[in-house]
Design a protein around this ligand. Structure first.
Ligand SMILES: [Zn+2]
Length: 244
């Protein structure tokens, strides 16, 4: 996979623009993995999804991530710059398999969560319902004291066991950043979401491109496809000439 061309970037933006975050992440993943059919995209474990999305980010926008997030205690905006290569996303292609675990009298066979699970959970009424749904989907088989249990009927404590096991099975599924506020000293962890980071850049780049096409088409009468096929350097130079 290489960088998104100007034309492809606009196509991805158009497909993702009015989607909910979970669906948009799947649109971005399809762009990052053009070789995979839809069902394989839906089933790709989240850790591998994050790695593939950050691969596309790196190819298209470079390795630098600039984030701004509010401090939950004092509200000051924290500006963070980091490199994708520092996130430790190596080994993104080693897919975790389904595993069996035992905890007290509980025996579970579970698989890592994938994007299709998050898309299903997006319809849940609240976070608690989503957590229960995700646990139910991840658990392939469950038995309590030798008796088979329906995965949708696990207790709260058993869902905690599932959550911990999932974090161990696919540690890259959730990339947590350790943050501390220079203003008030508060320390917390923030989730770094590859699809959010990628979408933020694609949205800004698409709006920039549309403006460039608008100015060049209006001034020269060129077709949109021809303008998008030009290199960014050439488009910029024409715009400089127009600006005098
Ligand atoms: Zn603060």
């Amino acid at each position: 996979m290489g960088a998104l061309s100007a034309r492809d970037l606009l196509l991805v933006w158009e497909r993702g623009e009015r989607r909910r975050p979970a669906e948009r992440a799947q649109v971005l993943l399809a762009a990052a993995c053009p070789e995979l059919p839809d069902d394989a995209l839906t089933a790709l474990p989240l850790g591998r999804r994050e790695a593939r999305l950050f691969d596309l980010y790196r190819e298209t926008f470079g390795t630098g991530l600039d984030l701004a997030t509010p401090c939950p205690r004092c509200g000051a905006t924290l500006e963070i710059s980091l490199g994708i290569d520092d996130l430790g996303l190596g080994g993104g292609d080693a897919a975790p398999e389904a595993v069996e675990i035992e905890d007290g009298g509980l025996r579970l066979r579970l698989r890592p969560l994938a994007g299709g699970d998050l898309a299903a959970a997006a319809d849940c009424a609240d976070a608690e319902a989503a957590r229960r749904l995700l646990a139910g989907r991840a658990v392939l088989e469950a038995a309590r004291g030798g008796e088979v249990v329906d995965p949708s009927e696990l207790s709260e404590a058993e869902i905690d066991v599932v959550s911990r096991a999932l974090a161990g099975l696919d540690p890259q599924a959730e990339i947590l950043l350790d943050l501390d506020c220079p203003g008030c000293g508060h320390q917390w962890q923030s989730l770094l979401d590859a699809a959010d980071c990628l979408w933020h850049e694609i949205d800004a780049a698409a709006r920039r491109l549309l403006r460039e096409v608008h100015l060049l088409a209006r001034s020269y009468g060129w077709r949109e496809a021809d303008i998008l096929a030009m290199s960014a350097v050439r488009r910029r130079r024409y715009l400089e000439i127009l600006a005098g």
